[in-house]
Every structure is written in structure tokens, then in C-alpha cells.
Design a binder for this molecule. Sequence first.
Ligand SMILES: Nc1ncnc2c1ncn2[C@@H]1O[C@H](COP(=O)(O)OP(=O)(O)OP(=O)(O)O)[C@@H](O)[C@H]1O
Ligand SMILES: O=C(O)c1ccc[n+]([C@@H]2O[C@H](COP(=O)([O-])O)[C@@H](O)[C@H]2O)c1
Length: 223
Amino acid sequence: MPESPPCDVKPLIALFGGTFDPIHYGHLNTVQSLAAMVGLDNVILMPNNVPPHRAQPEASAGQRLHMVELALAGMPSGMFSLDDRELRRQTPSWTFDTFTDLRSEWGPCQPLAFIIGLDSLLTLPTWHRGTELLALCHLLVCARPGYATHMAEPEWQSWLETHVTHDIGQLHRQPAGCIYLASTPLLPISASQIRDRRHQGLACDEMLPPAVLRYIDAQGLYR
Ligand SMILES: Nc1ncnc2c1ncn2[C@@H]1O[C@H](COP(=O)(O)OP(=O)(O)OP(=O)(O)O)[C@@H](O)[C@H]1O
Ligand SMILES: O=C(O)c1ccc[n+]([C@@H]2O[C@H](COP(=O)([O-])O)[C@@H](O)[C@H]2O)c1
């Protein structure tokens, strides 16, 4: 029986999904640190359209996309790019479906990763085919202040421990299957805190890029 040819080593492609209602420095700075730690030349931001597992966003999909574009314009050139595939789907933005598409586009050998914050990891086993995601990609997990460092259920914790790697090289050599818990700097910023502060008429100047804040003002968002 002929052996399948070995995979060529290809640069790891990493996507960072989010609702980004709005995008903030907790996203941008944390992921920049992660990229430096893991050796990513580029991170692809992927705003969702119909976020599963949460209340629907206050800003429209178009407004959230525009805020991401404004934020990226202020970041070092080439560091980030944008993928709007979930915005073009009207069904819930299930990550498993998105990575099924990405895997068929890139083929079985391409190392792919999904970037999430610690809070997302803690709920991942409740996602649509959540734990099966590892068959399609790695998970790169950014630290986030105020969240437990253990999974809520013992079987989820053993799933996590089975897949955790400390070997960054493995993320680049293997197409999928590893969870990397990155010790990124802890940034206590959240989109819900920004929305709450805006609802109360409080300033958010240090929390997100000025161009995004100007757009929020101009659009009358989060009043
Ligand atoms: N300050 C932060 N540090 C690390 N990861 C973060 C931070 N803020 C958001 N993330 C991660 O970024 C991804 C997208 O997050 P999202 O767009 O929902 O922002 P959020 O601030 O968590 O929003 P909300 O407060 O509305 O839930 C998620 O995986 C989340 O865990
Ligand atoms: O596929 C799922 O079931 C699923 C459930 C919760 C979140 N996600 C994705 O995880 C990313 C972070 O989610 P959020 O809600 O923190 O913006 C974003 O890309 C979501 O679409 C995906």
C-alpha cells in the first residue's frame, strides 16, 4: 500500500474570532503579545455575525466590522489582517463550521490555530462540537484576569490536560490538536465594561483606539 506523502512544514495560520462589540486593547495588545510568544507573523481577525452562546451585539455587523478595520489601521503594518467569512453567513457563527471550511481550503497539512481568551476556553466544551475543534486546529489561549484556571468539570479538565502542549514548535509542525496556554499580560478590559461605561456616560479613553472611540461617538453607539 503506498504511503501518504509527508506534510511540508508551512507557517502556522492563526485566526482570532470575536464579537468585537467593540474591539478594544484587551484584544489587540493581548494578541500582539501572543503573536510574539508563538512566533506568528500575522494574525487574522474574524468578526462573527450571529454569535452563538450570548446575547446579540448592540452594534450591527457592519459597525463591528468597521470598528475592527479602524483598529487595524492603527496597528503595525502586516501584523493583522481580516477575514469576513462569518459575516457573509447568516447562520450562527459556529467555529466548528468555520474551521471545517478553512481546513478544506488549506488542506490536511496546513497548521491552523484558533485564538481565544481563557474565558472562552472555560466554556468551549459547551460549544457546538466544541472539543471536536481540535481535529481541525490548535487552540491558542490568552490569559485573562478574573477567570478560573481550571475547567468546571473533571472530564473537561482531563480533556484539557490531554491536549496541552508547552512546545511551541509542535504548534508549527502539527496541523492541529494542541492547546497552548499562553502567559500573555493580564489586561482587565472587556467590551461589556466599555458598553456599561458608555451607557453611564463614563470615559473609556484608555481602553480602545481613539479612532474606534470617535466612530462610536459619531454613530451614537452604546448610549
Ligand atoms: N482583556 C482580554 N484579555 C484576553 N482575552 C480577551 C480579552 N478580551 C476579550 N478576549 C478574548 O477575545 C475573544 C473575543 O472576545 P469578545 O469580542 O467577546 O470581547 P469581550 O471583551 O469578551 O466581550 P464581552 O465583554 O461583550 O463578552 C474571546 O475569546 C475573549 O476571551
Ligand atoms: O461555535 C460555537 O458554538 C461558539 C460558541 C461561543 C463562541 N464561539 C466563538 O468564539 C469566539 C469568541 O466568542 P465571544 O462570544 O467571546 O466573542 C467567536 O469567534 C465566537 O463566534 C463559538
